[in-house]
Design a protein around this ligand. Structure first.
Ligand code: ZN
Length: 211
């Protein structure tokens, strides 16, 4: 089974991010990965920098043609239920539902053997992190719960981009505690390359150590 965790910013250019253009198709091409080979696209949350390549607007069809797209029900309700639905939600999420490939989930869900969606709300109401477990080892892909390695050291620090700041702090503190206690590795999309590592203690404080 092949799973894509979040899609990045999309075609662009995005004035909001310094006219950034997404490079996912280029990166997949270099790695020899075909868009049709994914079974699941797991969306940690519905923000545009995580859901940008979901739908091919030129061809008017889901970009990952053989995949089901998983999103938390609370993000669907939160963004789609607004009086003014955000443009990115109309572009990147609602067409998936119209195409019949969007699957709304809630609760902690092991949707494939060893692959578990964890509810980590705060950044958005339905934010999820993905826990990957194999042979006694674990990796958490934390999405925007950990927007920077700094939050591994100071998880109690408020993150201004969280929709619910207090909830975001509580989620982050609990997640970092659990990652350390379980000895899991951690990855997050906004971390500098290579974007994954582990949590180590140096003189009593926790730090992210890139691998
Ligand atoms: Zn976000």
């Amino acid at each position: 089974m092949r799973i894509l965790v979040d899609c990045g910013v999309g075609v662009g250019p995005y004035p909001r991010y310094g006219n950034l253009r997404g490079e996912l198709p280029v990166a997949m091409g270099l790695a020899g990965i075909d868009a049709g080979s994914f079974d699941i696209v797991f969306l940690t949350h519905a923000h545009p920098d995580h859901a940008g390549w979901t739908f091919d607007e030129e061809l008017q069809r889901p970009r990952f043609g053989n995949a089901r797209y998983l999103l938390h029900r609370r993000d669907w309700e939160h963004f789609g239920g607004r009086e003014t639905v955000p443009p990115y939600f109309r572009r990147f999420i609602q067409p998936l539902q119209e195409a019949g490939v969007l699957e709304l989930i809630d609760g902690e869900t092991e949707f494939a053997p060893g692959i578990t969606a964890m509810e980590t709300p705060g950044h958005t109401p339905g934010h999820m992190s993905l826990l990957v477990q194999s042979r006694g080892q674990g990796l958490v892909i934390a999405g925007d719960v950990l927007n920077s390695p700094m939050f591994v050291t100071e998880p109690e620090r408020p993150f201004g981009s969280d929709a619910d700041i207090a909830r975001g702090v509580a989620t982050r503190v609990a997640l970092v505690d659990r990652i350390e206690a379980e000895g899991w590795r951690v990855a997050a999309e906004h971390f500098p390359a290579p974007g994954w590592g582990d949590v180590v203690r140096v003189e009593g404080r926790r730090w992210f150590r890139a691998l």
